[in-house]
Design a protein around this ligand. Structure first.
Ligand SMILES: [Zn+2]
Length: 180
């Protein structure tokens, strides 16, 4: 990784290409990026790195629950602020602060559920998620008995196939979300 101003070479070695400038016989970077040395043409370039959007506090994500055990729920992030995110970020849902909303000892979501959550912190890529926002919660879930579709009935979810009743912390638009 190169930052602007970094010395790359001298003009006797290479020709200054894209993303570089010459200062007193020295080729330096004028952009953040990665060095490419084209030996065939004796040219040195700095190619800009594509910026990857990193989840940060306040962002809204949509993800799928990968594991849910007691107070440890991990969610694979598929959308970040409504844009697809393919970097495979995984967030951890901290339950303590969300307990009051679902009731003690009730799990707000299960493996496979699609969930909308807010990023409450990102500390060295440990992404902490929260369900404490007005439209956060489960947006799609299937029956844990038969895999049928769960539809919202007052505060509970009911399976259209087998009639099984389940509990989740659902978002206001449960079952209505269209994906871009
Ligand atoms: Zn069912």
């Amino acid at each position: 990784m190169i930052i602007p101003g970094d010395k790359l070479a001298v003009i006797e070695e290479f020709e200054a290409g894209e993303g570089t400038y010459v200062d007193d016989g020295v080729i330096r970077a004028n952009t953040l990026g990665v060095v490419h040395k084209n030996f065939a043409e004796r040219r040195i370039e700095v190619k800009r790195k594509k910026t990857v959007k990193i989840p940060k506090a306040g962002d809204i994500i949509i993800g799928q629950v990968e594991s849910a055990q007691a107070s440890d729920i991990s969610i694979r992030i598929h959308f970040l602020n409504n844009e697809p995110s393919q970097k495979g970020f995984v967030g951890m849902l901290l339950l303590r602060e969300d307990e009051n909303k679902v009731g003690k000892n009730k799990i707000p979501c299960k493996v496979g559920d699609l969930v909308r959550a807010k990023v409450s912190a990102n500390v060295d890529m440990i992404i902490i998620l929260s369900l404490l926002c007005s439209n956060c919660g489960v947006i799609y879930a299937v029956c844990s008995v038969c895999g049928g579709k769960l539809v919202k009935m007052d505060t509970r979810l009911k399976c259209v196939e087998c009639g099984n009743i389940e509990h989740r912390l659902v978002a206001p638009d449960y079952g209505l979300v269209k994906f871009p």
